[in-house]
Design a protein around this ligand. Structure first.
Ligand code: GLY
Length: 315
């Protein structure tokens, strides 16, 4: 059956984890809608999927209500260590046999503490180096070369994150958040992009690296679609969640794919996670097995919308 193509399309998530405090819900909703609108403006003007997901994720990194960039949760010793990744699948010239070809590119950064928008640094890895994943002093040199300002690590500690960390020192149950932010898009030309950025899991050991920068785990894109994951990095890594989602678009609709891969992750990797997916027709999929996951979507017919994604049934 032929599917209606509804391009361009963008879906953004604000992390799967505990339900936000009541007084923070309106701000988070506004933040997600602002992020999806920032991306939608680019798509409406005929812009590129990569610019779109970077614009959306940058907005969320700047918002202290989300666990990424300036809002990042803190390590067990009270510092910010962020991971981020971008991936694209771009239409290349048609091959001699007439088959459409896609070029897949990616970049990721880990343990970043001196750059306000790690997603832009991940993009610099993709666009300015032959590498896929970077961290340490070299990535700070790259930030300078790419014109990204280095800041003092302490300036990345938002008052909200510090308060939560201090509460967790008194009560180890106090900060159980494990959100992340992410966006996936397809532009009018049919190019896909995915972006994922995180402060990681609250109270993590210094030096711990999660899934968000890892191609195939925290994000993925190929000629079938793009995906971004959120939740327990260890479970997402074990499940290679984002790659599994995009590969399964070959056989089933995006929403079914999202539900299936989360159910399989829960069964085999026993974690809490969420995923967003977009396919070549601009159809979305989203699913999670955590307490909550908020998303925002943009499509030409429906415009921008905010949603609390339903938790998948227990399997
Ligand atoms: N999913 C984010 C992390 O585990 O680091």
């Amino acid at each position: 059956m032929a599917h209606r193509v509804n391009l361009p399309a963008l879906i953004v998530h604000g992390g799967a984890g505990g339900r936000a405090a009541i007084d923070e819900r309106p701000g988070r909703q506004r933040g997600l809608l602002a992020a999806v609108e920032a991306g939608a403006r680019i798509l409406r003007d005929g812009g590129d999927a990569l610019d779109t997901v970077c614009a959306a994720v940058t907005m969320l990194e700047n918002d202290p209500l989300f666990n990424a960039g300036y809002g990042s949760c803190l390590t067990s010793d009270g510092h910010v260590e962020m991971d981020a990744g971008v991936a694209t699948a771009r239409r290349a010239n048609t091959s001699p046999g007439g088959r459409r070809r896609f070029e897949i590119c990616a970049g990721g950064v880990v343990l970043v503490s001196r750059v306000r928008n790690p997603i832009l640094l991940a993009r610099a890895v993709m666009e300015r180096t032959p590498h896929l994943l970077m961290g340490g002093g070299g990535v700070e040199r790259l930030a300078r070369d790419a014109g990204l300002r280095l800041c003092r690590p302490a300036s990345m500690v938002a008052p909200r994150a510090l308060k939560r960390w201090q509460a967790a020192q008194r009560d180890t149950q106090a900060d159980v958040q494990h959100g992340t932010v992410g966006a996936v898009a397809i532009d009018r030309a049919g190019n896909f992009a995915a972006a994922t950025s995180t402060g990681g899991v609250a109270g993590k050991l210094p030096g711990r690296i999660g899934d968000s920068a890892i191609l195939g785990a925290g994000l993925y894109a190929n000629e079938r679609g793009a995906s971004s994951a959120t939740g327990h990095g260890e479970a997402i890594l074990r499940a290679a969640l984002s790659r599994e989602a995009v590969e399964r678009l070959r056989a089933m609709p995006a929403q079914r794919v999202a539900e299936l891969v989360i159910a399989r992750m829960a069964r085999y990797a026993q974690g809490e996670a969420g995923i967003i997916v977009v396919d070549a027709s601009g159809r979305f999929g989203f699913a999670h097995n955590a307490a909550a996951m908020e998303i925002a979507t943009f499509a030409p017919t429906a415009g921008s919308r905010h949603l609390l994604a339903p938790r998948i049934g227990v399997v």
